[in-house]
Write a protein that binds this ligand. Structure first.
Ligand code: NAP
Length: 311
């Protein structure tokens, strides 16, 4: 029970949303606990370099941004515990957050567990995960120095991570199911101008093939229906995100895709005293800066709620 402490605000997740919520909650002098299962920064921490977070003229490393945001919140006495949350009981004046190492109690809770990269869902993907299939270019790119790499997807993640992976790749193919990209223009221009990058258009992934480790990716051309295996040493799928909200089923209302529904501009969820901030909300831009803004809004709302309830 985390020593029987009842926190004013328990924040689940330490990405930009959770860390900003922690900063505002702690500065409001609320006893604040942040629960995180991995490293501070969330998706940001596994992004090599962030160029569009305001305030950093020359950009900043993703892991460094996560770390400085955490230290900024700690400076105002936010507490951090590394534990994996498994459930939430949002009923009553004191809510209980269940985690692998114990349970934590708070008068309010801010949900900020974000989203993670969607799996392709094809044969071979799980089998070769960690043996050529990876969802983290920053973590695993260097293993493929001088090798051939395939990135799947046509959004910001595919192009940004693809660009980073060309530091290592001998050749990098970006496989996309259409012939137009949805990524930011600046990322498109960089990719088209990078001599190591080629595009494989109108192609769907049917299977990841290998022999102990990845050796190729089986693609179906959606225009010609032709199927062929493109040889490669690594496959990095960047085909969108899924919210990290399994632990919230039955606790707060989720939409059909599992995103947490909010019912006001203050980011209130269906449970009283529980707010949602960042990428686990539907239809948000999924930028570090918008997640941070959400964290601020949720923390201010939680502080106001506590004040109204005499805390
Ligand atoms: P995304 O924008 O949803 O793009 C996913 C891409 O994968 C799309 O091109 C989509 O194709 C393709 N795709 C989806 N399912 C597929 C499947 N089963 N097989 C093959 N391809 C599939 O996802 P994202 O690129 O991960 O970005 C997520 C969010 O984070 C976005 O809001 C993005 O703007 C943001 N983000 C921003 C930055 C940045 O600011 N630099 C960096 C990374 C991410 P279609 O185009 O045909 O739908």
């Amino acid at each position: 029970m985390a020593g029987g402490t009842i926190y004013d605000i328990v924040i689940i997740g330490a990405g930009p949303a959770g860390l900003t919520a922690a900063l505002y909650a702690a500065r409001a002098k609320r006893r604040t606990l942040v629960l995180e299962k991995a490293v501070p920064g969330g998706q940001v921490a596994i992004t090599e370099f962030i160029e569009n977070y305001p305030g950093f003229v020359d950009g900043i490393g993703g892991a460094e941004l996560g770390d400085v945001m955490k230290r900024q919140a700690e400076r105002f006495d936010a507490e951090f515990v590394f534990d994996e949350v498994t459930g939430l009981d949002p009923h009553g004046a004191v809510k209980t957050v269940h985690a692998l190492e114990g349970a934590y109690q708070g008068r309010t809770v801010i949900l900020a567990t974000g989203a993670e990269h969607r799996r392709l869902g094809v044969p071979g993907e799980e089998q070769y995960s960690g043996r050529g299939v990876s969802y983290c270019a920053t973590c695993d790119g260097a293993f493929f120095d001088g090798k051939d790499i395939v990135v799947v997807g046509g959004g910001d993640s595919a192009l940004q991570e693809g660009d980073f992976l060309t530091r290592f790749a001998r050749r990098l193919n970006i496989v996309h199911r259409r012939d137009t990209l949805r990524a930011e223009r600046i990322l498109q221009e960089r990719a088209f101008g990078n001599p190591k990058i080629s595009f494989v258009w109108n192609s769907a992934v049917e299977e990841i093939v290998g022999n102990g480790a990845v050796t190729g990716i089986k693609l179906r051309n959606l225009k010609t229906d032709q199927v062929e295996v493109l040889p490669t040493d690594a496959v990095f799928p960047f085909v969108g995100m899924v919210p990290n909200t399994d632990f919230l089923k039955g606790a707060v209302e989720l939409d059909a895709q599992g995103y947490v529904k909010v019912f006001s501009e203050k980011l209130e969820t269906s449970a009283e005293g529980v707010w949602a901030a960042g990428d686990l909300r539907p239809n948000v831009p999924r930028q570090a800066v918008t997640a941070a803004a959400d964290g601020c809004i949720a923390a201010l709302a939680a502080d106001e709620y506590l004040a109204h309830h005499g805390a």
